[in-house]
Design a protein around this ligand. Structure first.
Ligand SMILES: *Cc1c(COP(=O)(O)O)cnc(C)c1O
Length: 395
């Protein structure tokens, strides 16, 4: 047995192309185009960029500078440590806001790192107020209000308490008041208008500040939801903001996996763990190098497929940890051989389509993308080549 002496785990750029089982391509030109499109959609508002969870799995080190170049000046992350990491990838003037705000032990690091905290509770306001007093200068903060989602933010009672006791905000400059929509991907849902009205009503009790409500889907509800700042994440990465707007944004992610083995099945032969799939006629099948450890949801196997030159290749049987088996019977002989590549995501079959097949949403597809892929960041020009010809894997 060979002893593996390479440094593990792999870097965020994934494994070398020559050895990786699959290649993930990320089109940075499409990313920039999507930012400009979304910003144009909310032209009256500041368009921030949400880059939490390593820019939705696409790599904050590569993604954030491109978004800044495209015009983003305000960035949102979820955690203090994500904000500290992001600091190294944007210019000093860029604003970084931490959606969760700091836990007590993280207040110092948050403020010292120049990160703007979102304050979600009176308790959290207290921690940061104390720290602001200790520094002797004002601290810029964002207040989040709970307008109906019961997830984050100050309640009506909390806001009333802040209104009657202004000293609770001493030393804190409220630079933004925000909330978050629960049903923005369903434009007809009455909760949307109720939440917007609730934000206005609650904010009127507080010191005047710019307002923010919309994430990706909310932006596409129209100007009544834009307020002063919008916070898109998913749309930048090519996830459709609602059913009506699929096709509006450019796909950002492509994924191709190597064929490891090809075999011919006879009628009656079965495939995979549990032998759950059985051939009812002779079949050619390929085992490809992507499995549930790479984010290919095991429970999604029934509907999932791969693609080769426009040909749909159904997944047969259960998805394994490191591989899955696909039906290549309809691919003409000689076109696809061992070490060739098939697509799991391509311009015609994107994250939303794969999400639908797996019974989830594009967000989860992106944030589940595996760490074992070789990552190729393109300017769009060579994305197709990487995802179809397999050249990227040998470059
Ligand atoms: C994640 C998040 C966003 C971005 O949401 P998308 O739907 O990805 O655009 C905006 N605001 C808050 C509070 C979030 O948690």
């Amino acid at each position: 047995m060979e002893l593996v002496t390479t440094a593990f785990p792999p870097s965020s750029a994934g494994w070398p192309a020559s050895r990786a089982g699959a290649v993930l391509s990320i089109d940075l030109a499409a990313l920039a185009a999507n930012y400009r499109l979304v910003a144009g959609q909310a032209a009256g508002a500041v368009c921030a960029a949400v880059v939490k969870a390593d820019a939705y799995g696409l790599g904050v080190a590569q993604v954030a500078p491109v978004l800044e170049q495209a015009g983003a000046r305000q960035f949102f992350v979820a955690h203090v440590d994500e904000g500290l990491e992001l600091r190294a990838h944007v210019s000093a003037g860029a604003g970084i806001t931490v959606l969760h705000g700091p836990r007590p032990d993280a207040v110092k690091a948050c403020l010292a790192g120049g990160l703007r905290p979102v304050l979600n509770s009176l308790e959290q306001i207290g921690w940061v107020r104390q720290a602001a007093r200790a520094t002797g200068r004002g601290v810029g903060v964002v207040l989040q209000l709970d307008t109906g989602m019961s997830r984050f933010g100050l309640s009506e009672a909390d806001v009333a308490e802040l209104a009657s006791t202004p000293a609770l905000l001493e030393g804190l400059h409220v630079e933004l008041i925000m909330s978050h929509l629960a049903c923005a991907d369903t434009p007809a849902d009455p909760a949307n208008a109720m939440q917007a009205a609730c934000l206005r009503r609650m904010a009127a009790m507080l010191p005047p500040a710019p307002l923010s409500l919309a994430a990706s889907s909310g932006i596409f509800l129209g100007p009544a939801y834009h307020f002063d700042l919008v916070r898109p994440g998913a749309a930048l990465y090519g996830v459709a903001p609602n059913r009506e707007s699929s096709g509006l944004l450019r796909p950002v992610v492509g994924l191709s996996a190597h064929v490891l083995q090809i075999r011919t099945l006879q009628s009656g032969d079965r495939v995979g763990y549990g032998l759950t799939w059985q051939a009812s006629a002779p079949r050619r099948v390929a085992t490809i190098a992507a499995g549930y450890a790479d984010g290919q949801a095991r429970h999604g196997a029934g509907q999932q497929c791969a693609w080769f030159r426009g040909q749909r290749l159904p997944v047969l049987g259960r998805i394994s940890m490191d591989s899955m088996t696909v039906d290549i019977t309809d691919v003409p002989q000689g076109q696809l051989e061992v070490d060739g590549m098939v697509d799991l995501l391509n311009p015609g079959y994107g994250v939303d389509a794969l999400a639908e097949a797996q019974g989830t949403i594009g967000y989860e597809i992106l944030t589940s993308l595996g760490r074992r892929y070789h990552r190729v960041y393109t300017d769009g020009a060579c994305a197709a080549e990487h995802s179809h010809a397999g050249e990227g894997a040998r470059a």
